[in-house]
Design a protein around this ligand. Structure first.
Ligand code: PNW
Length: 475
C-alpha cells in the first residue's frame, strides 16, 4: 500500500441501492421451532461426511430470535436493502398443502421491522432449502416440484405482497441443480447427471410459473410488483486460443451461463449445449409451452459473482500442479474439461480474486440481453477473520476485495450497463453449506459460542460506501 491517496471520483448514480444478503438456512437456526418442516439441508447436514465438522443448521447465527438486533445493526450501518430468503418448510412443512401460520408470522415480523428501520425487504423465495417431503417425491427432477413452488410463491406473496415490491424466485439454480443432483456436494447429494438436467428445467419452470402466479394476484395490492431471478453468471477464460481450449470455454459457458439465461430471456435452450448433452439427456422433460412459461418478462436479473475461471480442453501440456482438483465432476457432459490456476491470489474458499471478471459479466449480459435491469445480488469473500485484542476485526483483505469489485461494477456502469444496486455477501458470518461454519463471509463477525456480533473493518468501510454512494480513496 502506498501512502498517496488516489483521486478516485468513483461515485455511483443517485438511487443506486446498497444492500446486504443472507439466506434462511445459513443464518436462522431454530430448525425445529414453530412448526418448521424438515428441509433437504437438514437431512444432508445430518448425513455423516457431507458437511465439514458435522456442522448443521442449529443454532447458526440464531437470527430467528435475534432478527431485531440484526436489523438494528444494518440500520446503524446505513444499509438500504436487505436480501434474505424465505424457508419454504417454515411456510409449508410438507412443501404442499397445509400452511403453517407461525412460519409466515416470522417473516411478517421481519418485514415490518425492516420497514420500520427504513430498509427495503428483498426476499428470495428459494435459496436451496427444499422441503424434504418434496425430495422424497423426486425433488427438482420431478416436474411436480415446479407446480408446488408456484403455489408456495403465491402463498408468500399473498401474505407479504402488500409491503414488498421486489421479489426473487430462485437463488443460483446452477448450484441447486448441478451441485445438488450431479456432483452431490450440496443437498440432496445425488450424483445423477440426467436428473441434474431435469432439475435445471423444473427450476426454471418453477420460476416462470411462480412469477405468473404472483403477477396474477398482484392487483390485490396497491404497489408495483417486480419479479426477478438470481443467477451466478461467471467468465470462462480459455487457457489458450487452441481449438480445444476455446471449445472448453464454450461448453462450460453453456452449462454455467447460457443454459439459464437463454431459456429465461430468449425462450430457448442453446442448441450447441443440447448437442453436447445428447448422450446424457434428450431433454424429453421439455413440454409444449414450457419455454413460453419460463421466458415471461424478467423485471430484474440478480447476479452473484465471486470469481472467474480458466478452462482447458484437456490436461495435456499443463503443469499438473496448476490443475484445480475435483472441478470436473460438476460439469455434466463435460467431465473432461480441466480448470487451470490463473495465478491470482485466493480467498479462504480457494477462489481466485480477479475483479475484472465482474465488469465482463455485467457488460456481456447488458449486451446480450439489453433492457434487463441488473443487480449484483451477492459479491464477497471468505477470509480467516479473528477478533483482535482491540476488539475489532481487521479484515483488510475483504476491504480490498470489495473495493476492487465495486470499482469493477462502477466501470460497467460507466460503460452504460443498467446496474441498479449491489448487495454484499454476507451481512453475517454464517453456515457456508458444505464448509459448515469454517468459512466466514460476513461484514459482521459472529462468535458462534456467544452469538456476539462485531462489525468488521469491512462492515465499517461498507457503511461509509452505502451512506455516501461513493468509494473512499485508496491508501
Ligand atoms: C453462493 N461454487 O453459493 C450462495 O448463493 C450463497 O448461499 C453462498 O454462501 C455464497 O455463494 C458463497 O459460497 C455458492 O461451488 C456455492 O461454485 C458454491 C459455488 C458457488 C456459489
Amino acid at each position: 500500500a502506498t501512502q498517496t491517496a488516489q483521486a478516485t471520483g468513483v461515485h455511483f448514480p443517485a438511487g443506486f441501492l446498497w444492500g446486504a444478503s443472507t439466506a434462511s438456512f445459513q443464518i436462522e437456526g431454530a430448525t425445529k421451532e414453530d412448526g418448521r418442516g424438515q428441509s433437504i439441508w437438514d437431512t444432508f447436514a445430518a448425513t455423516p461426511g457431507k458437511v465439514f465438522n458435522g456442522d448443521g443448521g442449529d443454532p447458526a447465527t440464531d437470527h430467528y430470535h435475534r432478527y431485531r438486533e440484526d436489523i438494528e445493526l444494518m440500520s446503524s450501518m446505513g444499509i438500504g436493502a436487505y436480501r434474505f430468503s424465505i424457508a419454504w418448510p417454515r411456510i409449508q412443512p410438507d412443501g404442499k398443502g397445509r400452511i403453517n401460520q407461525a412460519g409466515l408470522d416470522f417473516y411478517d415480523r421481519l418485514v415490518d421491522e425492516l420497514l420500520k428501520a427504513g430498509i427495503e425487504p428483498w426476499p428470495t423465495l428459494y435459496h436451496w432449502d427444499l422441503p424434504q417431503r418434496l425430495e422424497d417425491d423426486g425433488g427438482w427432477p420431478n416436474r411436480d416440484t415446479a407446480h408446488r413452488f408456484a403455489e408456495y410463491a403465491a402463498v408468500v406473496h399473498g401474505a407479504l405482497g402488500d409491503r414488498i415490491s421486489d421479489w426473487a424466485t430462485l437463488n443460483e439454480p446452477w448450484c441447486a441443480a448441478f451441485l445438488g443432483y450431479a456432483q452431490g456436494v450440496h443437498a440432496p447429494g445425488r450424483t445423477d447427471p440426467a436428473a441434474s438436467l431435469a432439475a435445471v428445467h423444473h427450476l426454471l419452470l418453477g420460476h416462470g410459473m411462480a412469477a405468473t402466479a404472483m403477477r396474477d394476484q398482484a392487483g390485490r395490492f396497491d404497489r408495483p410488483l417486480r419479479v426477478g431471478l438470481v443467477h451466478n453468471q461467471t467468465v470462462l477464460r480459455p487457457h489458450s486460443d487452441s481449438e480445444a481450449d476455446l471449445d472448453a470455454a464454450r461448453r462450460i459457458d453453456g452449462l454455467r451461463n447460457r443454459i439459464f439465461t437463454e431459456p429465461l430471456l430468449r425462450g430457448r435452450y442453446p442448441e450447441d449445449i443440447r448437442t453436447d448433452l445428447a448422450r446424457v439427456s434428450d431433454f424429453g422433460f421439455v413440454r409444449d409451452g414450457d419455454l413460453a412459461a419460463i421466458s415471461v418478462p424478467l423485471d430484474m436479473l440478480g447476479i452473484n459473482f465471486y470469481s472467474p475461471q480458466r478452462v482447458a480442453g484437456g490436461a495435456e501440456g499443463i503443469d499438473p500442479a496448476l490443475i484445480e482438483p475435483g472441478e470436473g465432476e460438476v460439469w455434466t457432459g463435460a467431465e473432461d474439461v480441466v480448470f487451470v490456476d490463473q495465478g491470482m491470489p485466493r480467498t479462504a474458499m480457494g477462489w481466485e480474486i480477479d475483479a475484472t471478471g465482474l465488469t465482463e459479466v455485467l457488460t456481456r449480459l447488458a449486451a446480450d440481453y439489453p433492457g434487463v435491469p441488473l443487480y449484483v445480488t451477492e459479491n464477497g469473500a471468505a477470509f480467516d477473520d479473528e477478533v483482535a485484542a482491540d476488539g475489532r476485526v481487521h479484515d483488510s483483505q475483504r476491504v480490498a476485495y470489495l473495493d476492487a469489485h465495486l470499482r469493477a461494477a462502477h466501470q460497467a456502469v460507466e460503460e452504460g450497463v443498467p446496474l441498479k444496486g449491489y448487495f454484499a455477501w454476507s451481512l453475517l458470518d454464517n453456515f457456508e453449506w458444505a464448509f459448515g461454519y469454517s468459512k466466514r463471509f460476513g461484514l459482521v463477525h459472529v462468535d458462534y459460542g456467544t452469538q456476539k456480533r462485531t462489525v468488521k473493518d469491512s462492515g465499517h468501510w461498507y457503511s461509509g460506501v452505502a451512506r455516501s454512494g461513493s468509494l473512499p480513496d485508496r491508501h
